[in-house]
Design a binder for this molecule. Sequence first.
Ligand SMILES: Cc1cc2nc3c(=O)[nH]c(=O)nc-3n(C[C@H](O)[C@H](O)[C@H](O)COP(=O)(O)OP(=O)(O)OC[C@H]3O[C@@H](n4cnc5c(N)ncnc54)[C@H](O)[C@@H]3O)c2cc1C
Length: 427
Amino acid sequence: MTWPRSVVVVGASAAGLAAAEGLRRQGYDGSLTLIGEESHAPYDRPPLSKQLLAGSWEADRTALRTPEVLSGLDLELRLGSAATGLDTRAREVVLADGSRVAYEGLVIATGTRARRLPGTDGVPGVHVLRTLEDALALRAQLALAPHLVIVGGGFVGAEAAAVARGLGCEVTLVTDAPQPMSDALGSDIGAVLRQVHTEHGVKVVTGVLAERILIDGGRATGVVLSDGRTVSAGAVLVGIGAVPNTEWLAGSGIPLGNGIECDATLRAGDGVWAAGDVASWPDPLTGARTRVEHRTNAGEQGLAAARNLLAEPGAAVPFSTVPYVWSDQYDLKIQIHGRTGGADRIALVDGSLDARKFTALYGRDGHVCGAVGVNMLRPLRALRPLVADRVPWDEALAAGAVEPPHGEPIPGAIPESAIPEPTGGAR
Ligand SMILES: Cc1cc2nc3c(=O)[nH]c(=O)nc-3n(C[C@H](O)[C@H](O)[C@H](O)COP(=O)(O)OP(=O)(O)OC[C@H]3O[C@@H](n4cnc5c(N)ncnc54)[C@H](O)[C@@H]3O)c2cc1C
């Protein structure tokens, strides 16, 4: 077997670390360099909008590995070192300090960054939530119990709203969607979430865009909405999605679109592979080019890229996954298997929306494409095979009807108005 003598991984977070570990686990004992723009050793992002923001965890608990485990990987760890260019002919990564790191194999795992509202960079009182520093800055701000206006009703916005209420802030959540998280869940389940947030004291404003942030005396003082209303704010959290970090690859010949456009095996060029939030690949399950912004996917793709990088020519395996994502809001644990965006039907399988304890199946083109559970850990797991096997819709519902979990009939399909629109790579 001919393995590359040097592998460089750019992006020292979940996907990059998984790639590095995957290489070593398969016995790769050549030179391995992990390059990260952030000064921190790899840490996890899901706790940033949950335990860390709430103050129940300190920053060190977000570390993905102990220093001992990291050093056991025998890595050259270059933190605080942004890659600024890629020379695929010379097979060199160019760093911000001008130095060049040669590779025979390269894994790109540079992830995404928070999308910002134009003109708000560095404005005091305006926050995003992507990095440890972002989370600590927002947490410090929330300790002052400001009126927090959250722009965006996706996962990050909804989770931060729940935490901020717990910390005693007045919270207004503004989204252009019909309901919070309705892009991912559809509007009926989104309506349940809205109700939960409202009961916890969040003011939810839907169907309206945040047009601009009001700045007075150099600080954010409010948000102007597209319907002319102004919501005054002590702090603003902008949670409007993420942008793939690909600019440093301009001119390298690596195919770029919505992320790095890999082939089905996550290969992006000669000796170059991509993984995690930044990678877009033709998903063999659906045939569609897909980019997934989920934590589990980052780990799986990091490992897959490592495996394929070491594979004999022609032996790389297409990457396939059933995406999984979760969200914690108040006492709700929301979990999603598969893809819910673009579903053309939804049916409740178990439990009830009123009880805020249910599972639902999402279908597209006559097949199951996703399953959602709220506070239903085990019953949801039982639906996962239906998603993985893309079971025909009628068959899936019939299977559910055979053993109604609580002896209740399956309620009718949720109306079409509730169906989510397809989303890009949203988490
Ligand atoms: C607040 C928050 C909460 C989340 N909660 C959940 C959740 O509950 N469940 C879930 O499934 N997912 C969640 N996610 C999504 C999940 O965290 C991401 O899918 C995951 O972090 C992706 O990992 P990644 O390694 O691909 O990319 P990233 O985590 O984005 O890491 C990329 C790394 O590359 C570095 N980098 C970028 N450009 C360069 C460069 N040019 N040179 C060197 N380094 C570079 C970045 O600094 C970063 O450290 C959450 C995300 C956020 C922000």
